[in-house]
Design a binder for this molecule. Sequence first.
Ligand SMILES: [Zn+2]
Length: 380
Amino acid sequence: MQVFKSVWQRYAPTPETSWLLEQFRGMLNDCIRIGLAENVTSLKSLSLKAYKQLSRYDVASYYKLCAISAATGILRNYRKAKRKNPYVKEPYARRLRLTTCYGFKIRDGELSLPIHAKEHVRISLNQHVQATINGFALRSVTLTEDRLSLAYTNEVQQLEPCGFIGVDRNLDNVTVAATDGTVQQHDLSEATRVKALYRDLRSHFRRNDVRIRREISGKYGRKQRDRVTQVLHYASKSIVEEAKARQYGVAMEKLTDIRKLYRHGNWQGRWYRGRMNSWSYAELQRQIEYKAKWEGLPVIYVHPHGTSSKCSICGKHMKPEENRKLRCPSCGCTVDRDVNAAKNILAAGTLRFGAVGLAHEAMVAEPARVQQSAKSMRGS
Ligand SMILES: [Zn+2]
């Protein structure tokens, strides 16, 4: 199985890199426009329609292919979104961002990117980036105005897991329940604090000029994201290390709708908060997924239905109590709601994986089921 990771650093923009990024954005928007006008979404037909029209751009042809491929992805997402909401805005790329899988080289600690057919721009890589990618095959380069990110790949054998961990993300913590019965919580209150801090900062800058507002929220938004990302990296790293030490697969909730985000009731409301939180939920899952896959651990997603309301022991509907506890009227247990949810995710993940893996457990279950059906036959 091929797995991916990426590493980034800042770089000092030059007129060449800025020019290249602007050319790329121009090509991307041309491709999007053509795709919308001609109603094409497949890579092949977009290439046929758009490639010739990109001839006015004097850049290496690698970037034309990459722009067409990026536009295909954007158009596909747009179509999907439009099916759900017919009033969704037509896509247009504002950010300067370029991703290429071709043409780049790394030599003597320098990244060399083609600009025109025979002209290159060089960006020196820092020690951390050089050490991280050392020995791996490079997959792609992503450039933004001041950042450079390299994706690298490895070939791993997926492990046969000895069990699973169920990961439940909450506003202030991640709760992890494992097959061996252990439960661990990772504190994320720092992330919540950062979010609140920047939200507060930004509210002082309320002006009527949309441009000022956008610029400020963009800058603060990025800083905030960076800090939250750091907190999440810390948690995801130790979660995956724990799973790896016990050879456990990872089960998480599929975040299909926003219901889960409003689970705790007391912090919903503003649109922005919802968006920030849904981003950080998805970001934690993304991190856990690529880190686990990198180690060959299977990752599965389970349906979130009932994970927060059902008893993890008997499956009956639970009643909320004070201090984030839930009580089950059926079996009488009282349990922390986050722990309960993590255990439910673990159970759902184990069950789903059970059909293909964890063979020994499936065999333990078999005789019991046979006995039961024999009993019911006798009874009838
Ligand atoms: Zn119960």
